[in-house]
Design a protein around this ligand. Sequence first.
Ligand SMILES: [Zn+2]
Ligand SMILES: [Zn+2]
Length: 417
Amino acid sequence: MSLKAPKGTIDILPKDSAKWQFVEKTLRDICDSFQFKEIRIPVFEHTELYVRGVGETSDVVSKEMYTFNDKGERSITLRPEGTAGVVRSFLEHGLYADSQPTKLYYMISCYRYEKPQAGRLREFRQFGVEMFGAASPAADAEVISLVKHIFDKLGIQNLTLNLNNIGCPSCRKAYNDKLKAFLTDRKNDLCETCQERLERNPMRVFDCKSEVCQSVLKDAPRIYDCVCPECKAHFEEMTSYLDEMGIAYQLDKSIVRGLDYYSRTVFEFVSNDIGAQGTVCGGGRYDYLVEELGGKPCPGIGFAMGIERLLMVLENAGISLPEPKEPQLYIAAIGKEADKKAAKLVHTLRCAGIRAEKDYMERSVKAQMKYANKIKAEYTLVLGDDEIAANKAQLKQMETGESQEVCLDELKEKFLS
Ligand SMILES: [Zn+2]
Ligand SMILES: [Zn+2]
């Protein structure tokens, strides 16, 4: 049996979990302020949901999904992303019938069969926000402002917000024809994948990372320049909200989403601290997704970000994150009776929310003190027959070496004050 975790998975060890908890709590607190409520969705769904919701032609669906038949011969897929499951739940439970908008967030693990590389895992964790029911530009600006606040709150500065307007299905139809004509003239310069993309969905060529394709695209027509007046007005109104909130942005006409249900605003936050693959967060409006998945027309906007990547950015930016919390008090005991008394004392302290620790390895008192030092206990207290008889002991602050006498019954108050 191999004791190695499967390729592309990681363990988050105790030495690192405090960092995760800190980031997760920050995200939750921010969602709370912005009045987004958490939704928890299943790890797996019917495969069809992702085929429709993520798009058959996408790399995720065509190459990267963990799909299998369960024992009832149903095709099941481990969630490769969060939005499709959230939309399914939104529809199944009729959340659209509540007063709108519906503001949701999720913090989940996702699964993609990808080539593992720095910051890209097969099991990865994602945080995302979805807002349904609101078509107004103010909703786009709110979602973007939430992401911006996350980065501000975490102290990440070296970031750029890139925006694009990808129009609606009607303006995109005309654009697609234009782009297809442009690319068809240069078909032989495109990579094999893109030659295929050109037939099925020309906008997907923008997703290609190959340099040859990117150089062909340099002079290609851009959707931003081809949108209809309504889409143009929506985008301008949205950026005026960002201006009002003092949120800086840049136009990046190369950001696209290759699927028809995306519309109008798309955005990316790009970090200048993690090199070439700097996108930390991507999002946009998807006014046609709910319909695509079988609901009545309902606008939506959202984003997702990888938490591993977020931690990478924090690390590269030199932002220090919390370490595991050390015990406030270590009680060392001499002998069996004292050990029982120590057990009772730490229990009382722990129940009051104080981080207390004792020995479980039957160490000598000297070894117990050595251990207390190693685990960086803030205070120590040695309990022997004399201390129990007097109901008093010396409370020692480890850093200064200073001691003070405390009554054992008042130990709790000492730490709570
Ligand atoms: Zn339009
Ligand atoms: Zn290509």
